[in-house]
Structures are given as structure tokens and as C-alpha cells.
Design a protein around this ligand. Structure first.
Ligand SMILES: [Ca+2]
Length: 128
């Protein structure tokens, strides 16, 4: 087994473990939505606002998310009064999807899942 295959095997083991602990994670995750406070916008790795990735407060210019959060967003919460947008690629590249004000998206569409790379408030004529 070469190094690459060894890493893949470890990744598989980690994924299996994640499935095994899912019920416990579900209980803990009930609090994760509160990582997004009034007036803020937040993104999560999993559906139903679990595995929090990050929170931002409008207004912020479009920024790429960290490598750890890249291509992971599966649900989001916009508790602000401002429209946000996210993009498939860095620096506003690829498809653009809106994050409408005061809306909770418990699960993005399958073709949007695990795609978010950049994200911003719709000010200064950016966003969709
Ligand atoms: Ca995800």
C-alpha cells in the first residue's frame, strides 16, 4: 500500500466514525445554530445547521473562505436584513447563489452542495 492509498484508507475510517457518532452529534448540534446571532450570516458543513463553518456580519466584501471551509457548505442562515451571495469558485467565480435576508436554508440543492468557495454581502454591486 503506497502513501496515497494509506491516506485514503484513513479517510474512510474517519468517515465511518463520523457516521457512528452522528446521533450524539445531532444532540450537540442543536446549539450550533446559535453561533449565528441576530444580524449575522452563517454557514454549516451539514444540513440542518450542524457542523458550523463560519459566521460573518454585514457588510463584508466578497471573500474566499478558509481552506478548511472550502467546498463544504450544505446549509446556511441569514439573520441579517441584507442579501448575501455565495459563489462556487474563488473571487466570485462560477455560479452565484443568493442568501436572502432573514431566511434559513436547511439544505441547499444537490447541485449546490459542498460548492461554496467565496461569499459576500450584496453591496457595491456584487452578488446575485
Ligand atoms: Ca457539507
Amino acid at each position: 500500500m503506497n502513501r496515497f492509498k494509506a491516506r485514503m484508507a484513513l479517510a474512510g475510517a474517519a468517515a465511518s466514525l463520523a457516521v457512528m457518532i452522528a446521533p450524539g452529534a445531532g444532540i450537540a448540534s442543536a446549539d450550533e445554530q446559535f453561533r449565528v446571532g441576530p444580524g449575522e450570516v452563517g454557514i454549516f458543513d451539514n444540513i440542518n445547521y450542524t457542523s458550523w463553518l463560519g459566521t460573518r456580519t454585514p457588510f463584508f466584501w466578497r471573500e474566499n473562505v478558509s481552506s478548511g471551509a472550502n467546498d463544504r457548505m450544505s446549509s446556511w442562515i441569514n439573520r441579517s436584513n441584507y442579501r448575501n451571495s455565495w459563489w462556487e469558485h474563488a473571487n466570485g467565480g462560477g455560479m452565484c447563489l443568493p442568501m436572502v435576508p432573514n431566511y434559513w436554508a436547511s439544505a441547499v440543492w444537490a447541485n449546490e452542495n459542498d460548492k461554496l468557495t467565496s461569499w459576500g454581502t450584496n453591496n457595491s454591486a456584487q452578488g446575485c
